[in-house]
Design a binder for this molecule. Structure first.
Ligand code: PMP
Length: 427
């Protein structure tokens, strides 16, 4: 039983010593004291089914024994900076990670977060192309440092920083977008940005395959192939931000971009890569990687032995436990059940996503698509009381984000559906 500090004490210290910008999801905040696979436990020992996994961060399951063992073993041997000395953990992991990539993508740079990975990717694209302009998609999220905050395109995540050379293209949003599911029509906006907003040459295009923070928005089919062609013609590189959609989460493919039939020039990743430990990566081609030899470049902890040993174990577990297949099977079942729930509850405006990256958008009026902002908070709290945790996101804050650990079972999915059904029925 847990006998550590409890909610009231933590809240008091948080308000005194931590950033005032920190928030929490529930009216009565949850003090999570332990995690085991797809479950979390609070200070009273109550068990919750975790269908959010810390924003798709935990992929194999909380405290997966093989991942923990790999981390502890490495920590017992050596933990160090990656600068100046050799260690096998980083090269062994880079080799196996590169084997998961298509095309000539085989040079890996390690970072400590998704933000760092995207900052590096944007800089490499600028160096390689000799251009400055970057195009990202409205409603996307790419990080919170100066460059990535510029590429992020939702006002709630942006401060008044200088956003030099970043353009935000029309979101190929199949639910609210003006062209419905016609991806190629949205793609013409990227050509127009290049024609009217740049010299005609650009450094890069960056996008998620499924917008996570933006509310599990799947890019309209046909969009990415058309945009990639446009960008290449303008001398730019295509960057796939796989921070949320990578590592088998989308079920049908290992990487989110693969379901769009494109091969990026640079792929960035974080979150699920380490099952919760801080590691990120940028993978690119040897030709593009060359740009970083023009100056000194290093990252003190990027690719450190402990994090790469942990991430290596994560990849092994994904394969051994067939977690991608599980994401496909359980995710397809869960999506079907959510669609059935949509027939029953008017408040569900849209169900979308792939594998175990699903979104449920709540509206008070299906015709007007009026965001059900207050209602979603109420349902979220009710579901928590019944022992199920889901996330929330989207520009209007009215989308449930369902991104559980990939060990989520059909029984877990059925339980989530029952709980969501009860909470919606009680509205
Ligand atoms: N890209 C995407 C798609 C993300 O969802 C996030 C985090 N929500 C980031 C980048 C930034 O990652 P981090 O918070 O690790 O810096």
């Amino acid at each position: 039983l847990y006998d550590g500090p409890r909610t009231a004490e933590i809240l008091r210290k948080r308000s005194e010593f931590l950033s005032p910008s920190l928030s929490y999801l529930y009216k009565k905040p949850l003090n999570v004291v332990q995690g085991k696979m797809q479950y979390l436990y609070d200070e009273d020992g109550k068990r919750y089914l975790d269908a959010f996994a810390g924003i798709a961060t935990v992929c194999c399951g909380h405290g997966h024994p093989e991942v923990v063992q790999a981390i502890v073993n490495q920590l017992g041997r050596i933990q160090h900076s990656t600068v100046f000395y050799l260690n096998h953990a980083i090269v062994d992991y880079a080799e196996i990670l590169a084997s998961k990539m298509p095309g000539d993508l085989k040079v890996v740079f390690f970072t400590n977060s998704g933000t760092e990975a995207n900052e590096l990717a944007l800089m490499m694209a600028r160096l390689y192309s000799g251009c400055h302009d970057i195009i990202s998609i409205r409603n996307g999220y790419h990080g919170n440092a100066a460059g990535t905050m510029g590429a992020t395109a939702q006002s709630i995540w942006k401060f008044n920083v200088i956003q030099s050379g970043v353009h935000h293209a029309l979101n190929p949003d199949q639910y609210r977008g003006i062209f419905g599911s016609e991806g190629e029509k949205y793609a013409t906006d990227v050509q127009e940005i290049i024609d009217f907003g740049t010299s005609g040459r650009v450094a890069a295009f960056i996008s998620e395959a499924i917008q996570g923070v933006g509310g599990i928005m799947e890019l309209a089919p046909g969009y990415l192939p058309a945009v990639y062609k446009t960008i290449k013609k303008a001398g730019g590189l295509c960057i796939a931000d796989e921070v949320q959609s990578g590592f088998g989460r989308t079920g049908s493919h290992f990487w989110g971009f693969e379901s769009h039939g494109v091969i990026p020039d640079i792929v960035t990743m974080a979150k699920g890569i380490g099952n919760g430990i801080p590691i990120g990566a940028v993978v690119t081609t040897p030709e593009i990687a060359e740009v970083l030899t023009r100056r000194n470049y290093y990252n003190t902890f990027g690719g450190n032995p402990v994090c790469t040993a942990g991430a290596h174990a994560v990849l092994k577990v994904i394969e051994k436990e067939k977690l991608q297949e599980n994401a496909f099977v359980v995710g397809s079942y869960l999506k079907d059940q959510l669609k059935k729930l949509q027939e029953k509850h008017e408040i569900i405006g849209d169900v979308r996503g792939r594998g175990l990256m699903l979104g449920v958008e709540l509206v008070t009026d299906r015709q007007e698509k009026t965001p059900a902002r207050a209602e979603i908070l109420h349902i979220l709290d009710q579901m928590k009381e019944m022992g199920v945790l889901v996330g929330k996101g989207g520009f209007h804050g009215n989308v449930f984000r369902i991104t559980p650990p990939l060990c989520f079972t059909k029984e877990d999915a059925a339980f989530l559906i029952d709980v969501m059904d009860i909470a919606m029925s009680k509205l």
